[in-house]
Ligand binder design. Structure first.
Ligand code: DER
Length: 253
């Protein structure tokens, strides 16, 4: 289909431009696009010494089934950053901010993305919007089960009209559990302003006038007790990139 060939094209381009066969550690994300990334890596390199850090159960099975060597994030030696991490996204805006978590793997995805010197988001044309939440309507949030009702109430106070607990009806009755045995709450908001939007006076971006800027809403949600991680990956100038650079400095200090 057109979508599958777009995913494959994006994956092949990402690997051609950003995968170095002499790498020692590579992060592998979750979802369906990443399957094409692994295929492209397999045909680009036979280096058996590369260690691949997965971002959850599905990602780990993908690495193993491809005959690649997985290493668990928590066995990475201190001081070691990944050369590169590849992952998909649900939506990407003009500043390369991403909505992630459609596959409910956002916690380990963010752990791995921040541990990489370079984070390569592989997203076909459907994902590209001027602002996050234009086409993908909700922010996925990983929440401790005990706190989910309290977090839903707090999200409503932040302006989300109808935060919902992600449940699967076909595969299982009841709420979905992540690889951390947590819940996912999907919180709808109006499209998120970029920093440039706020500078241009399109809204205050701090929730007081009903508008939220990407980093502001991410920080506000992260501040809610019971939230493990938020499915907003701040782009190259955003807080996550800064964290990764800071981590690189401390780890390699
Ligand atoms: O959950 C995630 O963030 C995944 O990366 C995912 O949403 C991307 O999925 P796709 O490649 O199947 O669109």
């Amino acid at each position: 289909s057109a979508v599958e060939s777009a995913k494959r094209a994006a994956a092949q381009r990402a690997v051609r431009d950003h995968f170095d066969p002499s790498s020692t550690h590579v992060g592998i994300g979750s979802g369906t696009t990443i399957v094409y990334v692994v295929e492209a890596i397999k045909s680009a390199s036979t280096n058996p010494n590369i260690l691949f850090v997965p971002t959850g159960y599905q990602s780990r099975q993908l690495v193993i089934n491809a005959g690649l060597t997985p290493i668990s994030f928590d066995t990475l030696p201190d001081g070691v950053m990944l050369d590169v991490a590849f992952d998909g996204a649900d939506e990407v805006d003009a500043d390369l901010n991403c909505i992630k978590g459609g596959g409910a793997c956002l916690f380990q995805e963010k752990l791995v993305a921040e541990r990489a010197r370079k984070f390569v988001c592989v997203a076909d044309y459907r994902k590209r919007q001027d602002r996050l939440l234009t086409n993908w309507p909700t922010i996925p949030i990983e929440v401790a089960p005990l706190a989910q009702r309290k977090v839903v109430a707090a999200l409503k106070l932040l302006g989300s009209p109808s935060p919902s607990l992600r449940t699967t009806l076909l595969e299982k009755s009841g709420p979905l559990k992540t690889d951390q045995d947590f819940f996912i709450v999907d919180a709808p908001f109006e499209p998120l302003l970029t920093a440039k939007d706020v500078e241009a006076g399109k809204g205050k971006g701090d929730g007081t006038d009903g508008t939220w800027e990407v980093n502001a809403i991410s920080k506000a949600i992260k501040g809610l007790t019971g939230v493990l991680e938020v499915g907003i990956f701040a782009g190259q100038n955003g807080v996550d990139a800064q964290k990764s650079q800071a981590q690189d400095k401390t780890l390699s200090a």
